[in-house]
Write a protein of this length. Structure first.
Length: 82
């Protein structure tokens, strides 16, 4: 009649049909769990190496002070309207 592999496939299809509403929620929670596990493993690995310096690659940007009245400052000015 049916072999073990055919029976397993039928059970998987029936389970998928019955749980179709819960599958997106289950996959979302599995993804969140995987991200949490990955971040915890990274934190544990970093805690094991306290003497290793962390190097962040980047470039040095020199900031120059803008001249007054050029409008290139970083702050915002409120002008009175009336």
């Amino acid at each position: 009649m049916f072999g073990l592999s055919e029976l397993a496939i039928i059970l998987i299809v029936v389970a998928a049909v019955l749980a179709i509403k819960k599958l997106p929620e289950l996959t979302r929670s599995a993804g969140k769990s995987a991200r949490i596990l990955k971040s915890e493993a990274r934190a544990a690995r970093d805690a094991d190496e306290p003497g290793a310096p962390r190097v962040i690659q980047g470039e040095t940007v020199r900031r120059e002070d803008p001249e007054p009245g050029t409008g290139t400052g970083t702050g915002t000015q409120d002008t009175p309207r009336g």
